[in-house]
Design a protein. Sequence first.
Length: 495
Amino acid sequence: MKRLMKMNPRDTVAVALRPISSGERIVFEELSLEAVQDIPQGHKIALTAFAEGDVVTKYGYPIGHATAAIQAGDWVHTHNIKTNLAGEEEYEYLPELHPVTYPQRGLTFQGYRRSNGKTGIRNDLFIIPTVGCVNGIAEQMLQEFKAEHPDLGGFDNLTVLKHPYGCSQLGDDHRMTRSILLDAVNHPNAGGVLVFGLGCENNIVSEFRSMLGDYDKRRIKFLVAQEVGNEVEAGRALLEELYEAAKNDVREPVPLSELNIGLKCGGSDGFSGITANPLLGAFSDFIISQGGTSVLTEVPEMFGAEKVLMARAENREVYEDIVSLINNFKQYFLSYGEPVYENPSPGNKAGGISTLEDKSLGCTQKAGSSPVVDVLQYGVKLRRKGLSLLQAPGNDLVAASALAASDCQLVLFTTGRGTPFGSFVPTVKIATNNDLFAKKGHWMDFNAGPLLERPMAEVLEEFINYIIHVASGEKTRNEQNEVRELAIFKNGVTL
């Protein structure tokens, strides 16, 4: 196994593929380096000497500057480099499109065709509270339904989309809560939905229902707790009606062009930009080549890599939308007096990521090489095939929920540290390294660690086959573990 890896010929640092001991001699390319101190796995080693202030390059781009003199063979990390990021920047449209394409293969998955023309990969039953006050009652009626239907009533998953909002919210917070819940009601993975309100909340059921427009009355039911005597009994009766509407649904062959894939990372480490994120990038290019769709979010984790995405804008209009996406989110940080570079997390740093640019350039590997065709605001559903960018923060639960709400039928989630969470759609956890996959196999779904030794083409083919199985009904770890969650973005006053 190689001991070091350089991501781009222009790089001035390399990544340690295994721990390196102080004094260890390493021959790499045409260099002979002696490690100045211990260098943990996934961390960076200097390939050249740096003076204070010199730019440090990884992935072919600056990831910060030296805060002290660094010798060749030195450990390069938070103790001796610092971000170059400050605030808003001026940008220029310099298109550079070099998409990697794959031949059409005519592959299919087994999905559920919906009456509105969309396709689901699950036939799920959702209870969607309009307000957090009724979360507990919703769970009670769902558990009673489960007791009556131990086979889940023919549904794949039964989920209460619990959240603490729907009341005491103003302005954008109220609109964002309502938008995400409306998106969930209309999600293609939903075979049946019970919208459940209290009766006195801001997000009142009658207004919510009117905003749905034309909807399938057999598949979407409404209940207001304060308007009935026994709300659990009334809810159970409506769940039975949904069961009758969905019990005969069957899967049928659907082309991969109908897949919408959400791209997400969390608990990243030094291998994220080497294994799992490039795997998702290759898969994103593949699914787009088949006519499908992928979505990249986590706007704060585009900071420092945004020019790469701007250069891939399909046209000037999309470029301008990307500029607004980036600057508006930077302004959000600055409006609270917070620096735009307040990232990476402690876990990221322990895994080898030193600056936000280091993290962002690895993070955006998930988007492959395809052109960016659209930019979506938070809570807006997909409008075009191809690669879209979505406005949402980096927080795992909020960002994954935003991807699901945009009509992604599944979320692909890379991690080097591990996490048990899952969104309300199947959430495929991809390990960046072998150790994590071996240790947390009950959390993780796929191991990208072998990419350190095996060709991308081989691992990608295995991943394509796995995703087809998931889209056809094979349950992910979060589904098996009954971990399905919803988190909604909040930015404002609570009454």
